[in-house]
Write a protein of this length. Structure first.
Length: 581
């Protein structure tokens, strides 16, 4: 029987007086996938869609949001190199693609429609491999692409199709590099005739061979230009912009594109007077005077402001070169750099066994140590090992944590816009979205929250981002008027503006909606999850690990103030939508 989505139903819950304006909430749910024996399912990013592979008689079907796709002998795994599941999602979760085996053919489905099919070669069948090497979407989700693998005597062939249009055949894996806007792509094609030892290569741009050959491709931040490099005589390197010579650099250059616009920075190798080896900085194709770095680590990092108007480079363990000027040296260590909204650099440096925070051209008081800022998103956590932030920056406001005394590890100081506040074992500082308010964690053995100078030392928290969906410990409403955090003792629940909203057991996740309402998730008395809005329970579900462990991926907070996610209840996988009223 064909699975179809059930009609949407609504539940109105009347709430008591709250510190926020909400007086009632509407909870909508739609059944997307009824339970099936042995069902495998995947939830889209942002938690609006679900796809599951089920049996229909002797055949397999992928059901997307309650609607059956075509019947296959088998719905196949993607990414034969590592097992990427059955479904490929676009970045925003709005599109999906998969493929299946039918007879001796493979068939590719994108957004519910067949877009490609082809024969399944005996060689691949014998190896248990699908002809689909890669299936996915471009950045921005506008285009789908397919990379196929076929085998002929003596060689393996790869071909990329973009929105169904085939590119040239290659005898090496096609690895497209997308422009930031997802409208352009490039890769290197290997041409091996198979009958001669002569192998050639071509640069493919938007599916067609370029009239020149170069590698190490990069797109500019505005997606308008392709920057490539090629070796030339004398161990030098030539940089090309859209195939035209831009500059020649002795010893080679490492390029970094501006986040917006066509700008770029380069770290070039050089031999300086006296034979010392080192780096210097290129701004565009011009050498930055005074940027020479002879430290063995060289120029080990570059930084560009989000608007692309300011730049900096770090000479490892020595100095920062910022907007054309060499900064003061800190030979015992220098941190990574972040920018304020008005273009001031923020970084820390050590010299004479003391640490200093540098904001713009101002140096802070001396400290024993300045701590790295705590990451509060999944992306920040992934980058933290390679590029930890020295401070929290919101707009023009800056906050950080320092240790004033090397002999007392518990003594810390929280500094917000230059104002120092003594604290005990401070571990996380947070600024409101506009930077005008602050909160931080401190205390030992129990940890508490201080908001705008007021310490809430009667409700302990458990610092850490792992159990709350990588959202950080302290949460601000979009307008900065409200602040919330999860508390563990003496009572479990959420503190909202310093007032306890209790839950039966440990709260797992909390977040403000776009309109300033507080939604949070807690474990119930039994094997259940309970969803709360502004202090009132609005939904009870069986335990769903994806609700709490991947909350930053699967929960979607709409601009209208709604909250949406996919979760399982006793009837199957459903899409839930909570609308504060």
């Amino acid at each position: 029987m064909r699975a179809t989505a059930r009609s949407v139903w609504s539940l109105i819950v009347t709430l008591g007086p709250l510190s926020l304006q909400a007086q009632e909430a509407k909870v909508e749910s739609q059944l997307l996938l009824p339970p099936e024996p042995g069902m495998q399912y995947a939830i889209s990013p942002r938690g609006l869609h679900v796809a599951g592979v089920v049996l229909r008689g002797s055949r397999q079907v992928l059901v997307y949001d309650g609607t059956d796709g075509p019947r296959f002998d088998q719905v196949l795994d993607l990414n034969t190199r590592g097992g990427g599941g059955k479904v490929s999602w676009s970045d925003d979760g709005s599109r999906y693609a998969y493929h299946g085996k039918l007879g001796q053919e493979y068939i590719v489905i994108v957004d519910g429609k067949e877009v490609a099919r082809g024969p399944w070669s005996p060689d691949l069948q014998a190896q248990g491999r699908t002809p689909v090497w890669e299936l996915g979407f471009s950045p921005g989700s506008k285009h789908w692409y397919l990379i196929t693998e076929t085998m002929t005597p003596g060689r393996t062939n790869y071909r990329m199709l973009l929105d169904g249009v085939p590119g040239p055949l290659s005898q090496q894996v096609v690895s497209p590099l997308w422009s930031p806007d997802g409208e352009h792509h490039t890769y290197i094609q290997k041409i091996d005739p198979g009958t001669t030892p002569q192998v050639r290569y071509a640069l493919i741009v938007d599916g067609k061979p370029a009239p020149y050959l170069a590698g190490d491709m990069q797109w500019t931040g505005d997606s308008k230009h392709l920057i490539t490099k090629r070796p030339i005589a004398g161990a030098n390197e030539e940089v090309l912009a859209d195939g035209q010579p831009l500059m020649r650099v002795p010893g080679g250059v490492q390029l970094t594109m501006a986040p917006v616009g066509p700008g770029m920075l380069g770290r070039a190798m050089a031999t300086f007077e006296g034979g010392a080896r080192g780096n210097f900085l290129l701004v565009g194709n011009r050498k930055a005077v005074g940027s020479e770095c002879t430290n063995t680590g060289g120029l080990d990092a570059v930084y560009m402001s989000p608007d692309g108007k300011h730049y900096a480079a770090r000479c490892a363990m020595t100095f920062m070169y910022i907007d054309g000027k060499k900064g003061q040296e800190y030979p015992e260590g220098i941190s990574h750099l972040v920018w304020t909204a008005d273009g001031r650099p923020v970084y820390s440096g050590r010299t004479n066994q003391r640490a200093f925070m540098i904001i713009g051209d101002q140096e802070s008081n001396a400290y024993s140590w300045i701590l790295d800022a705590t990451p509060t998103t999944r992306e920040e956590q992934q980058r933290a090992a390679a590029m930890p932030k020295p401070a929290v920056v919101r707009g023009t406001h800056v906050a950080y944590i320092a240790r004033p005394n090397a002999n007392d590890g518990m003594a810390t100081v929280v500094v917000v816009d230059g104002k120092a506040m003594p604290s005990v074992a401070a571990s996380e500082v947070s600024l409101s979205p506009d930077g005008t308010r602050f909160a931080y964690l401190s205390g030992r053995p129990a940890t508490f929250v201080t908001v705008d100078g007021t310490a809430y030392d009667k409700a302990a928290v458990e610092p850490g981002i792992g159990r709350v969906g990588f959202q950080g410990t302290i949460h601000w409403s979009p307008d900065g008027k409200h602040v919330a955090w999860i508390t563990a003792a003496p009572s479990t629940g959420v503190m909202l503006d310093g007032k306890l909203l209790p839950t039966p057991r440990m709260t797992r996740f909390a977040h403000f909606t776009a309109t300033g309402h507080l939604v949070y998730l807690a474990r119930g008395e039994g094997a259940e999850h309970q969803v709360y809005l502004d202090g009132k329970r609005v939904l009870t579900l069986p335990q769903n690990l994806s609700l709490e462990n991947e909350a930053d991926i699967y929960w979607r907070f709409g601009e209208d103030g709604s909250v949406s996610f996919v979760a399982q209840d006793n009837e199957g996988m459903k899409r839930f939508r909570i609308v504060p009223n």
